[in-house]
Design a protein around this ligand. Structure first.
Ligand SMILES: Cc1ncc(COP(=O)(O)O)c(C=O)c1O
Length: 369
């Protein structure tokens, strides 16, 4: 039986192998293994791509988020106990960055695009929300006129871990929409490193400078520490890999869009809910809804199609959080929990158009019991 692999990272990187090997040799030969030109060049190229004045390379996406919130606290624009709104449907890292900084979570229910429902955000009057974290989940842009207006009254920190290259209707890129944004280059991401890596993008000079210092033991110059910082730097070897792949990110995202187009136009099974296809998502995941998730996944596995679930348990139901950790004012937890029970991610990362047609046909033959 033919296998439709969900994700094989070596297959994902194969087209860039020669360029990546040459870049790795360049770093090894340079003798510079922390900081330096490789990281600076990547930061400049990333800022130019996203459309922000600054990009600061850091160790991973969670640290990028954590450092942004820490920087706002240092600047006195956020204080211990302040309320931060984020979508109930997200990866746990979004929530961890907030609670790690002594801030309170307001979980907002998702809309039909699986993203934060900005209307529900604007109706949420129980607490004074000081910051909002739109998450471009699955690579779907989370931005609209309500969030644009919210930007005047609240700090907007984008969780752009999954969204690099996604755009708004007027062509702006995620990562440049709020006041600051975090990107993850975890190896499975559309722009994935060969290990952990991340970045902060922003137009705010102060935030960029504080994040940069915090990521380097809190120092603004050698052996001079102005903050109690961390070691959260981006390695030059990862920067070199990312420079190669950044040059190809638009092709990579276009390839994913072509696969999504096949799925969206060929899956006709009434029992499967397809995501909206507005041409602005970068399809980090292709997520469909279904009634009997286990049965659907079993059927697909029996037909050689590997799937995943992103994510099976909402963060607020994880053992690390108790009800008191989350100032749930708006969200009906049950709705998000039910959503988490009904979603399935189909292969997309290196799926060919032919494979997407075949998977669509397999899905069209599925009969929910
Ligand atoms: C939505 C979201 N936020 C944050 C992160 C954290 O990124 P990292 O794994 O690089 O720490 C991830 C990564 O998986 C993510 O998917």
């Amino acid at each position: 039986m033919k296998k439709y692999v969900f994700l094989d990272l070596s297959r994902l990187n194969a087209p860039y192998l020669d360029e990546m090997k040459a870049a790795a040799c360049r770093v090894i030969d340079s003798g510079r293994y922390i900081g330096g030109k490789e990281v600076e060049d990547f930061e400049n190229e990333l800022a130019a791509y996203v459309g922000t004045r600054y990009a600061v390379g850091v160790s991973n996406g969670l640290d990028a988020l954590r450092l942004i919130f820490r920087a706002y606290k240092i600047l006195g624009r956020l204080h211990e106990g302040d309320y931060v709104a984020l979508p109930a449907n997200t990866y746990i890292a979004s929530a961890l960055a907030v609670t790690d900084n002594g801030l309170n979570i307001v979980a907002i229910r998702n809309d039909e695009n699986y993203n934060l429902d900005s209307k529900r955000l604007s109706e949420c009057k129980d607490v004074d929300i000081k910051a909002v974290m739109p998450v471009h989940l699955y690579g779907r842009t989370c931005w609209d006129s309500i969030l644009q207006q919210t930007k005047d009254n609240a700090i907007i920190v984008e969780d752009n871990a999954q969204g690099i290259g996604a755009t708004t209707a007027d062509g702006r890129k995620t990562g440049s929409l709020g006041h600051a944004a975090a990107i993850s280059f975890y190896p499975t991401k559309n722009l994935g490193a060969l290990g952990d890596a991340g970045a902060v993008t922003t137009d705010d000079e102060e935030i960029a400078a504080i994040v940069r210092a915090l990521a380097n033991y809190g120092s603004d110059r050698r052996y001079h520490n102005i903050y109690q910082g961390f070691n959260c730097r981006l390695d030059p070897i990862q920067a070199a890999m990312l420079r190669v792949k950044l040059r190809h990110i638009d092709e990579e995202n276009a390839r994913r869009q072509a696969v999504a187009d096949v799925y969206c136009s060929h899956i006709e099974n009434k029992g499967i809910i397809l995501p909206a296809n507005d041409g602005r998502s970068v399809w980090h995941q292709f997520v469909v809804g279904c009634v009997d998730r286990d049965g659907f996944r079993r059927y697909l596995a029996e037909n050689g199609v590997e799937t995943d679930v992103n994510y099976p348990l909402p963060f607020f139901n994880q053992p690390c959080y108790s009800a008191t950790d989350i100032a749930v004012s708006d969200v009906d937890n049950k709705v998000t929990a039910e959503l988490c029970d009904s979603i399935v991610s189909l292969p997309i990362a290196h799926t060919t158009l032919q494979e997407a047609h075949e998977i669509s046909e397999i899905i069209n033959r599925y009969k929910a019991s």
